[in-house]
Ligand binder design. Structure first.
Ligand SMILES: *Cc1c(COP(=O)(O)O)cnc(C)c1O
Length: 431
């Protein structure tokens, strides 16, 4: 029996618009590569570098309030993660690096960036309208009981497969806001229970993520709640884009300055595309052709691959390709990619790797045993994409590689331990 590793060595490859959707049902990883294109510019897009500077300033203004609201963690209020060395080479010339967003403060997933950033935008608007915050004033005061009592009259709503709801729910409640989270079919029970304990109203909808967004938006509007919509939100994208400069500064501290001859290859797990799209926009703006952005999806939810391969700048439903949108990677279980992301970053995406579920769960175990990283399948996907991508593009073997691990440090043992058996089983079969 071929191990997942051996299969990964021979992925099914698509180039540009030359692809066969049947390849997505071969059980092997699928690698989509953009046809070579002229240099693309980051100017004249619906998101600009000025938006990112503004986001950084807003996050800095809110830092004292966040620190005051989450004192138990002895945290400085910065929503930042470490850049780590992965301890084995994974077939590369050098060990890959890990951008450890699975261990981000507050919520242990990349949603602590975009989700929390958009929430802070909305809180700032409400607080100014209510007169409890003056522009240029003291933002620490917004954590006081009087300010929280005013915010408690407002409700935030969001649709989620789990992690976005947790990020919005946790931080909304900390600021005193009411919160309503619409959970799609794949949301795990422990993610719902955790929200209920925080005093969040959890509304379970027996449908997929895109439909949950549509139904949640309508219910929130009728209830007078503010709906955070990650399929159409500029603010979310901008919040994610801030992470690019953080990673570039960390590389630079290691003496790494990517160039076209020695590029940076970044592996970014993709659901609707907001998180990887924002990071890609920020990286491409700073590094241009010296960075190669590889999105990673479960095969059954390969909505970004489907849209890019179609090449029309519009989203495509994975159901139309005969895919199920059922995957162990709950954070990536999305049938239709965001058209805003296609507009802002679609032409900046260099490749997409689509993985079978087994490859992601094996990497949950492998990252734990080799590196002590506690990852959920959606995040382990980033590491799992390296080998298939290099099989398609061996010329990148001595580039700098970053696997962006997007979530998992808060997984309870009861969820994490069953995922580890796959790696042990694979090791035994491989012998
Ligand atoms: C949400 C999420 C992603 C992808 O973010 P999108 O904005 O949906 O593309 C990746 N990994 C994890 C763990 C997530 O929760």
């Amino acid at each position: 029996m071929a191990s997942v590793e051996q299969e990964a060595a021979s992925p099914h490859i698509w180039r540009g618009r030359e692809g066969d959707p049947a390849g997505l049902r071969s059980g092997r990883p699928v690698v989509w590569l953009r046809s070579p294109q002229a240099h693309v510019s980051c100017q004249k897009r619906p998101v600009s570098i000025a938006d990112i500077e503004e986001a950084r300033a807003r996050l800095e203004r809110f830092r004292p309030a966040l620190r005051a609201l989450f004192p138990e963690s002895h945290w400085d209020g910065n929503i930042q993660s470490a850049l780590l060395d992965y301890p084995s080479t994974v077939g590369l010339a050098n060990t890959p690096l890990v951008k450890a967003d699975h261990a981000l403060p507050l919520t242990g997933s990349i949603k602590a960036r975009g989700g929390v950033y958009e929430l802070l935008c909305r809180i700032e608007e409400i607080a100014q309208a209510e007169g409890i915050l003056v522009p240029g004033g003291d933002y620490a005061g917004i954590a006081d009981p009087e300010a929280r009592a005013v915010l408690a009259r407002h409700c935030m709503a969001v649709a989620s497969t789990g992690n976005l709801g947790f990020s919005i729910g946790l931080v909304s409640r900390a600021f005193g806001l009411q919160a309503k989270v619409f959970m799609s079919r794949e949301a795990k029970a422990w993610k719902k229970d955790r929200l209920i304990r925080l005093g969040v109203e959890v509304v379970e909808l027996d449908c997929d993520y895109n439909e949950t967004v549509d139904r949640g938006r309508a219910i929130a509007r009728d209830a007078g709640a503010i709906f955070i919509d990650d399929t159409t939100s500029r603010d979310l994208l901008i919040g994610y884009a801030v992470a690019a400069d953080e990673a570039i500064a960390q590389l630079s501290a290691r003496g790494i300055a990517p160039t076209v001859a020695h590029p940076l290859v970044v592996y970014l797990p993709c659901g609707v595309g907001g998180a990887p799209g924002g990071v890609t926009f920020g990286l491409k703006h700073r590094l241009g052709d010296a960075v190669v952005c590889v999105f990673v999806e479960p095969i059954e939810s390969a909505c970004m691959l489907a849209a890019l391969a179609r090449g029309e700048g519009r989203s495509v439903s994975v159901y139309d390709l005969g895919l199920s949108n059922r995957t162990v990677a709950d954070g990536l279980a999305v049938a239709v990619a965001s058209e805003l992301v296609l507009e802002v970053a679609g032409d900046l995406i260099d490749a997409v790797v689509a993985l079978p579920d087994a490859a992601m769960t094996q990497w949950v175990g492998r990252a734990w045993h080799e590196a002590g990283l506690r990852l959920e399948p959606s995040a382990a996907a980033a590491l799992g994409a390296i080998e298939p991508f290099l099989a398609a593009r061996p010329d990148y073997a001595d580039a700098t590689h970053i696997a962006w691990t997007t979530g998992g440090s808060l997984l309870p043992d009861s969820e994490f331990e069953p995922l580890l058996t796959d790696w042990t089983a694979a090791q035994t079969i491989g012998q």
